[in-house]
Design a protein around this ligand. Structure first.
Ligand SMILES: CCCCC/C=C\C/C=C\C/C=C\C/C=C\CCCC(=O)SCCNC(=O)CCNC(=O)[C@H](O)C(C)(C)COP(=O)(O)OP(=O)(O)OC[C@H]1O[C@@H](n2cnc3c(N)ncnc32)[C@H](O)[C@@H]1OP(=O)(O)O
Length: 231
């Protein structure tokens, strides 16, 4: 096991899922709820973003949709039920929450509909995500799509990683605009979760991107064997 938990590569180059079991690490779970939740309105959110947020919030009232909180450390997202404990590092951050200035990076909130195996993300790309002048960088679009689809895959299959992500970029996304990223799990075959996603303007008139993805449920036995053979 490496000095820290998480996913890493061992010296022989193989993939490694390290799970640290110390008691201090288990405290990470107890920090759930104590961290700042970034998936809440702030002063940078446009009226479009607020209107859409309120519309989705209304849809949570009957329990079919659930707002997913968002923290700047991935460990704060891991449900206790997963029973996996990782060492919480102070020097790491969830990539999407790496820009501190409100409105400059990824402003987003996700909503989960478990029965439809669907996650919708309301995304307002900020000025530090620029690619072509005035438009969101393709990598930032891939990031928000991967995270939305990834959250959907997690809700369906627990511990997963992206094995494949294929994106068609159809229309550029203006910085500061609001787009809807609508993802769903189409099929589960053993450890494989197949998902698809559309990124559209709020009025639904502009398709910005379409994507398909394959997520693989992590095989704990395999990871442990790899780990043992690397020691
Ligand atoms: C309550 C609900 C809450 C939900 C929300 C929760 C949290 C939200 C929080 C935050 C939101 C932010 C983030 C969201 C989360 C995630 C998004 C980010 C995800 C990532 O950022 S992740 C980083 C990039 N990702 C990698 O870094 C993976 C590197 N990679 C590997 O680690 C391995 O590669 C692995 C593990 C993928 C598989 O490895 P393995 O050894 O377990 O499996 P193996 O190779 O045996 O494959 C088994 C079967 O899959 C087939 N297969 C495999 N790969 C394929 C491919 N590419 N294309 C087609 N088929 C493929 C094989 O052909 C075989 O198929 P068959 O069984 O039929 O033979």
């Amino acid at each position: 096991m490496g000095p820290r938990g998480g996913i890493s590569r061992c010296p022989c180059g193989r993939k490694l899922l390290t799970v640290c079991l110390s008691r201090s690490i288990q405290a990470a779970g107890s920090q759930l709820g104590q961290s700042k939740d970034y998936a809440l309105p702030n002063a940078s959110w446009s009226q479009d973003m607020l209107d859409l947020y309120n519309r989705f919030l209304d849809m949570t009232k009957d329990g079919l949709w659930k707002r997913i909180p968002s923290y700047n450390n991935i460990l704060d997202h891991i449900p206790e039920s997963m029973k996996l404990t990782y060492e919480k590092r102070k020097d790491t951050r969830l990539f999407l929450r790496s820009i501190d200035a409100e409105g400059a990076g990824f402003e987003y909130v996700m909503f989960l509909n478990t029965s439809e195996k669907r996650v919708v993300c309301l995304f307002q790309p900020g000025s530090y995500l620029e690619g072509h002048p005035g438009f969101a960088h393709g990598g930032s679009i891939a990031t928000i799509i991967d995270s939305t689809i990834g959250s959907c895959a997690i809700s369906v299959a627990g511990k997963v990683m992206t094995a494949n992500l294929s994106i068609d970029y159809v229309n550029p996304v203006p910085l500061g605009s609001v787009v809807l990223v609508d993802s769903k799990a189409d099929k589960v075959e053993g450890r494989k979760v197949f998902l698809s996603c559309k990124m559209q303007s709020v009025d639904g008139n502009t398709l910005h991107a379409e994507a398909t993805a394959l997520f693989i449920q992590l095989d704990a036995t395999k990871a442990q064997k790899q780990q043992a053979s690397c020691q």
